[in-house]
Structures are given as structure tokens and as C-alpha cells.
Design a protein around this ligand. Structure first.
Ligand SMILES: Nc1ncnc2c1ncn2[C@@H]1O[C@H](COP(=O)(O)OP(=O)(O)OP(=O)(O)O)[C@@H](O)[C@H]1O
Ligand SMILES: [Mg+2]
Length: 342
């Protein structure tokens, strides 16, 4: 594991440390207002002194500089306005493992998947047109770095443009919100906190696609960076809005991040989606805040393999107050953590 944490304390005041787990991934789940973001701020405050650089994908605006500065005191916080400053090239061929760098066709396929996943086009026609258009565009303009150029390419052929009208509408939104560029300096050489602000990207689908593009770029740069650069934590608050499909960066981070010192922290309200639940099961620390009345029984079943004890667990869950979460420690004991007041 790349870092250790003081999670808080138990109900009887014993300090609860976290370290030496199989991976550094964390999932915090629970109803709105129960203290997930608050707990994350407590955890984040412990990272820079351990040489870690944390990247906060702040789609909800819960991690504004003012609230973070109070907690982090002397740590320098970099703010990146995603719309203005995240100059990531969406058409970049990425190195995804030490042995595999994408060819143009692979990049086109990945990018098409990400666009389709975010915008959920109906029917089968748009996926086919889009993939073909991105492929042809990347062959014709291998050095292009923005969606605006892709739109011009599609529009240059009026027949193609007519068939791709639904895709074009989305690509136009995207090109307005995300201008692209030649790369982002992730600063892996220094510990610290970088907050990626999404305030000026209003719609969720675009937030989710841009997050995917940024994560891909960060991942590829981290793999290429020298071995002695800082371990990374990537925080995705309110991650119920993202897709956890097999080709997404979130799943790649959970599956392979440990090897490259990329740790994923995920916070979410109750998640039913099976793919997301399975993906998050890979997090070594899974903390459950009060999930909401309707989910008490489901959570008790998740935590307890012995069906005769489900009632007991339900009582335990109902007693959780704001700022408390249940988790299983490395020895398999179920504990209640009380996150301290910041
Ligand atoms: N450990 C704590 N000690 C004191 N107050 C807390 C604690 N945890 C949470 N709170 C209070 O509860 C409020 C809500 O917490 P927080 O924003 O972390 O909830 P959340 O679970 O992230 O909700 P959402 O899902 O809506 O983002 C905080 O603003 C704070 O006032
Ligand atoms: Mg929150």
C-alpha cells in the first residue's frame, strides 16, 4: 500500500489505523449527508506528508479550495478549471500497460466507447457511424487534438453529416465545453493536492466523459513517469454517476492501479448496479455509512454471511449516526469508525 491512514476512532475511543491492505483503493457508500465527503477530507489531509499526490475530480463542488485549505493548512493546492485548463488530447494513443500502447484503431474504439457510454445513443446506427468517422478522422489527421476538428471532418461529407446528426449535436456540446490540447502537466514529481473543478461543465454526461478522458491521460502519464514519482490517489466523489463498464478507467484503476501506484477513492450513495458493486468490491477498504431506511436490510445482507444474524446487523446499521461508518478490518472484524471533527 502506498500510504497509511488514521481512519478515526472506535466507539470506545480507540484509534483506528488503516495500512498494509492488499490495495489502497477505498469505497465509501451511504445516504446523502451522512459524512462521506467529510471523511474523505480527513483522509486527504494525511496524504501530502506521506509523499502522495491526490487528484480530486470534484463534479459536485464539495471540495472547494476554501474548505480544503482550512484542513490542509500548509499544503499547496493546485486548482484546475477543467473547461479552461485541462488540455488533454482526446485522440492521443495511450500507453495503457508497460507492454501495450494503443494503435490508432484502438484509440478510436476506446474513445467511441467512452462517448457512447456517456451519451447513451439509442439504436445501433450512431455507434457504427461514430466509430467509423473517428477512425477515418484519426487516419487522415493523426496530429489533431480537438473535437472541433472531428466535427469539421464529419461535416465535410454532407451525406455522413446527415446520418450522424445525433452524434454531431453531442460532439458540438463537447467541443464547446472541452477544447482539448497537447497534454496536461500532472506534476507527479511533487506531493500535493490537485482539485479538478467541473463547475463550468454543467451536464452530467459531459462531466462523465471528460472525467474518463482526464483519467486516461493521467493513467498513461503515470505509467510513463519515472518509478520514483509520487504515488497517486484519484478521488471520485458521487461516483454513482459514472459507468463502471469493463473498459472504463474506473474499472482499470480498481483492477490494475495497485501495480502502478494509482489508488482509487470512490464515494457514492447506495449503488444497485451490479457491475459497479462488483467493481467496488475490489476496494480493500469499504466503508458503509447509514444507507437510508430502504437499504438497511440489503446492507445487512452484504455485511453478514450468517443469515441468522441479519437482524442484529440491521440494528447496528440503524444506530449509525452522521460521521460513523462500518467496515471490516484486515483481520475480518466488523468495526464502527467515528470520523473526528475537522
Ligand atoms: N465526522 C463528522 N463530524 C462532524 N460533522 C460531520 C461529520 N461528518 C459529517 N458531518 C456534517 O454533516 C454534513 C454532511 O456531510 P457530508 O457532506 O460529508 O455528507 P455526504 O455523505 O458527502 O453527502 P452527499 O452524498 O450529499 O455528498 C457536513 O457538512 C458536516 O456538517
Ligand atoms: Mg459528499
Amino acid at each position: 500500500m502506498d500510504y497509511k491512514l488514521n481512519l478515526g476512532h472506535s466507539l470506545d475511543g480507540m484509534s483506528l489505523p488503516w495500512g498494509n491492505a492488499s490495495n489502497g483503493h477505498i469505497a465509501l457508500l451511504g445516504q446523502s449527508g451522512r459524512g462521506k465527503s467529510y471523511a474523505i477530507k480527513h483522509f486527504l489531509s494525511q496524504l501530502p506528508e506521506q509523499g502522495v499526490h491526490a487528484y480530486i475530480f470534484d463534479c459536485s463542488g464539495d471540495f472547494r479550495e476554501s474548505s480544503m485549505q482550512e484542513i490542509l493548512k500548509s499544503t499547496r493546492i493546485n486548482i484546475l478549471d477543467v473547461r479552461q485548463q485541462a488540455r488533454v488530447n482526446p485522440f492521443r494513443s495511450l500507453q495503457l500497460t508497460p507492454y501495450y500502447t494503443e494503435e490508432a484503431g484502438d484509440t478510436a474504439a476506446r474513445l467511441t466507447e467512452a462517448i457512447l457510454d456517456a451519451y447513451r445513443f439509442r439504436g445501433t446506427a450512431q455507434p457504427v457511424h461514430l466509430r467509423r468517422a473517428i477512425n477515418l478522422f484519426m487516419q487522415a489527421f493523426p496530429h489533431s487534438t480537438s473535437f472541433a476538428n472531428l466535427i469539421s471532418f464529419i461535416e465535410a461529407d454532407s451525406e455522413r453529416a446527415a446520418k450522424m446528426e445525433p452524434s454531431l449535436v453531442r460532439l458540438e456540446d463537447l467541443s464547446r465545453l472541452f477544447s482539448g490540447g497537447n497534454g496536461c502537466d500532472w506534476q507527479f514529481d511533487k506531493p500535493g493536492i490537485t482539485i479538478l473543478q467541473f463547475d463550468t461543465i454543467p451536464d452530467r454526461a459531459s462531466q462523465s466523459l471528460i472525467t474518463e478522458l482526464l483519467l486516461s491521460d493521467l493513467w498513461a502519464d503515470k505509467l510513463q513517469a519515472s518509478k520514483d514519482t509520487c504515488p497517486v490517489v484519484v478521488l471520485l466523489d458521487e461516483c454513482q454517476r459514472f459507468s463502471f463498464n469493463d473498459s472504463s478507467m474506473l474499472v482499470r484503476i480498481l483492477r490494475e492501479g495497485r501495480k502502478y501506484h494509482v489508488n482509487g477513492w470512490f464515494a457514492s450513495q447506495w449503488i444497485d448496479n451490479k457491475t459497479a458493486v462488483q467493481a467496488l468490491e475490489q476496494a480493500a477498504l469499504r466503508g458503509y455509512f447509514y444507507p437510508g431506511d430502504r437499504q438497511v436490510h440489503s446492507l445487512a445482507k452484504v455485511l453478514c454471511s450468517d443469515t441468522s444474524k441479519v437482524r442484529e446487523y440491521e440494528t447496528l446499521i440503524r444506530r449509525l449516526t452522521v460521521g460513523q461508518f462500518l467496515y471490516t478490518d484486515a483481520s475480518g472484524h466488523l468495526l464502527i469508525d467515528c470520523v473526528p471533527r475537522l
